[in-house]
Design a protein around this ligand. Structure first.
Ligand code: NAP
Ligand code: MG
Length: 397
């Protein structure tokens, strides 16, 4: 390697897997260079979360990052870790700094049949990574209050709109998004569609949200008409807009093989639905692509807390490391492409091939073993699974 990867370590079971992947499958083969940031909750607390900001800025500087799953603290975590504050979601912080779009796609393997029988190809979810409920301002409102939206321009002129007259107690939240961010979201989606030669579907609730969601729809259409229409025609792919309710129905009836562009919250929720319906959260990859061409690879799942507590008790776990492994291979392959190091990209391809071969030969973790239709399947523990991949990798190399 010539340029280091930004390495963001994380929490709980995925932190354990992180080290195993490096020790068993990467450092024996790659002259690995990383700039290391410890995003484990303890260290985030010690640095007042500065480490998260530093890691995001390093990604802007170096171009490619690989991130382990991290705890987003809630009240229970504040107590468990004795935190100074309920720190924000690291992914939220990183996404806000890098802007860009998160693309999530399942890894398909023989023997794991999607719950939706018509799904034959991956469905890639493109999740807008800025704003909306992830950058909200919210309040509890006592009875007898009037809530208004107030926008003040540079001259101090106010525009007001009534939200609600609260005669009984309630709740309130303010959301925003930015034309620039929505435009980069649209361009990232259209570029990714061209790169991967897949149709792109986009949906919002513009019939109800006539200003906010409608703005998303208009920006997508303007950019498509001005910049992408011809390229799409040449590539034989399509851009298609519909209502979020309609798209949900179409997705279920489809055979897959397209990109589904979602606003931030829709993407968060729908990617969990799609991942589960394809088989296991442990098989869902995720990459944040920013408009200036930086990439942050991660698994879509969390820190697998329940398995971690078993691990701490000295029990064997069978945690699926595939999505975390593919975050590493995605990052190594991209570094190889950007730096012109073919061997690095080829290594990433072979490591993925070895991992898929392992599962298709019947050796898998418990989550997959429960789903697999292979007659010769067997479930192995977390570390054995990685060693099984390694023995196939050695043969491929
Ligand atoms: P999770 O860690 O994804 O786990 C939910 C459940 O899904 C697990 O208990 C497990 O089911 C199954 N699962 C997920 N990944 C798996 C894998 N690799 N192998 C096998 N089974 C897997 O989500 P969570 O329990 O909601 O969240 C736990 C922590 O992760 C939270 O603190 C949350 O803040 C954090 N989180 C982080 C990210 C991120 O950094 N990107 C994303 C989501 C959540 P069984 O227990 O039934 O085996
Ligand atoms: Mg989610």
């Amino acid at each position: 390697m010539s340029t280091p990867l930004v390495e963001m370590d994380g929490d709980e079971m995925t932190r354990i897997i992180w080290k195993m992947i490096k020790d068993i499958l990467i450092t024996p083969y790659v002259d690995l260079k990383t700039e290391y940031y410890d995003l484990g909750l303890k260290h985030r607390d010690e640095t007042n979360d500065q480490v998260t900001i530093d890691a995001a800025n390093a990604t802007k500087r170096l171009g490619v990052a690989v991130k382990c799953a991290t705890i987003t603290p809630n009240a229970a975590r504040v107590k468990e870790y004795n935190l100074k504050e309920m720190w924000k979601s690291p992914n939220g912080t990183i996404r806000a700094i890098l802007d860009g779009t998160v693309f999530r796609a399942p890894i398909l393997v023989k023997g794991i049949e999607p719950y939706i029988p018509t799904w034959k190809k991956p469905i890639t979810i493109a999740r807008h990574a800025y704003g909306d409920v992830y950058k909200n301002t919210e309040m509890q409102v006592p009875a007898g209050c009037k809530a208004e939206l107030v926008v003040t321009d540079e001259q101090g002129n106010e525009t007001r709109k009534l939200v609600h007259e609260f005669t009984t107690p309630g709740v309130l939240q303010g959301l925003h998004n930015l034309d620039n961010s929505i435009s980069s979201f649209a361009r990232s989606c259209f570029n990714y569609a061209l790169d991967t030669k897949q149709d792109i579907w986009f949906a919002t609730k513009d019939t109800i949200s006539k200003q906010y969601d409608h703005r998303f729809k208009d920006i997508f259409q303007e950019i498509f008409d001005a910049e992408y229409q011809e390229k799409f025609a040449q590539a034989g792919i399509e851009y298609f807009y519909t209502l979020i309710d309609d798209v949900v129905a179409r997705v279920i009836r489809s055979e897959g093989g397209y990109i589904w562009a979602c606003k931030n919250y829709d993407g968060d929720v729908m990617s969990d639905m799609v991942a589960t319906a394809f088989g296991s959260l442990g098989m869902m990859t995720s990459v944040l692509v920013s408009p200036d061409g930086t990439y942050e690879y991660e698994a879509a799942h969390g820190t697998v807390t329940r398995h971690y507590y078993k691990y701490l008790n000295g029990e064997k776990t069978s945690t699926n490391s595939i999505a975390t492994l593919f975050a590493w291979t995605g990052a190594l392959r991209k570094r190889g492409e950007l730096d012109g190091i073919t061997e690095l990209s080829v290594f990433a391809d072979k490591l993925e091939q070895a991992a898929i071969q392992t599962i298709e030969e019947g050796v898998m973790t418990g989550d997959l073993e429960r789903l697999s239709t292979l007659p010769n399947k067997r479930s192995v523990d977390t570390e054995t699974f990685l060693n099984e991949i390694n023995s196939r990798l050695v043969a491929l190399l």
